[in-house]
Design a protein around this ligand. Sequence first.
Ligand code: CUA
Length: 346
Amino acid sequence: MLLRTVARRSFSWITALGLLVVMLAACSTDQYPQSTLLPRGDFAKIADDLLDTTVRWALLVFVLVEGVLLYAIFRFRGKSGDPEPHQTHGNTTVEVIWTVIPALILAAIAVPTVRAIFQTNAVPGKDALTIEVVGHQWWWEFRYPEFNLTTANEMHVPTGRTVSLRMGSNDVIHSFWVPQFAAKRDVFPNRETRMWFTAQAEGNYPGQCAEFCGIQHGRMAHRIVAQNPEEFQAWVAHMQTLSGKPGATPAGVQQYAEGEKLFTGKGCIACHSFTAVNAPKGMVGPNLANVGSRSYIAAGTLKNTDENLARWIRDPQGIKKGVLMPNLGVTEAEAQALVAYLRAHK
Ligand code: CUA
């Protein structure tokens, strides 16, 4: 009887442990790159180290306290017929010990925490690359005053050089979040907030608005494209050639010309600019200078395929309800021409 109970209990423990292992395996950060647990920059590393320190202390406390608790439960378990245990009230020595130990542990966590707060709030040096970030309902504008460039939703940064973000909002409060490089910072209208980070690994990293800013808050994503300094310089040089017309003669010239006409005729031109250099300020819609080569459209909502681009042009309200871009009654053929036109702007 006793054996069977023990067997049943160990079986349920083994099942629980097995489930836990499976659950933890599902938490693998590789599948979910929008994670602060995979730092790829110095700022994010500071925060991650702090988390590690805190978790280590918490684990130590957990193991010690639970260990003593379990020991006491089994070692001093009462049996029927035991006399009333000896009653005590207060023990100054023990009370002093269990007050001092947590105070010391908190101090050990507080010191690196305060240091991290100062480090992450420091103003970067003069050699940092300044990027102006402007939040819009619901997309991100990025300006590079050093190169006189503007782009949207995909921020290119060089690895190894600190980026100094100067951020604001065009409408409501948003929060710029770059999980693998830095942290979250709210952006406000008429007030500048700052953040910095140094990308340490090349790649294409997702980020997301992290402050509820209206019904399409969830579709206000962005990408950080971290490139080695040479590739970044090449990107800058390429962007500086984008002043409205694509350089090379685009494929499907007929469709392209038709698309160009529609872009003006349908009024798209009132909200979007194709000029990366000296881009006009205060445009309602995202800058489209290199839209043809971006990985996503509609602020991280759709992969930038011809099919998705056509869908978006025809029915932005169906895909991202409430977005400022109206449905313009574009036919399928017109959408194809517009796609050819937009695709040529790489
Ligand atoms: Cu912007 Cu949420």
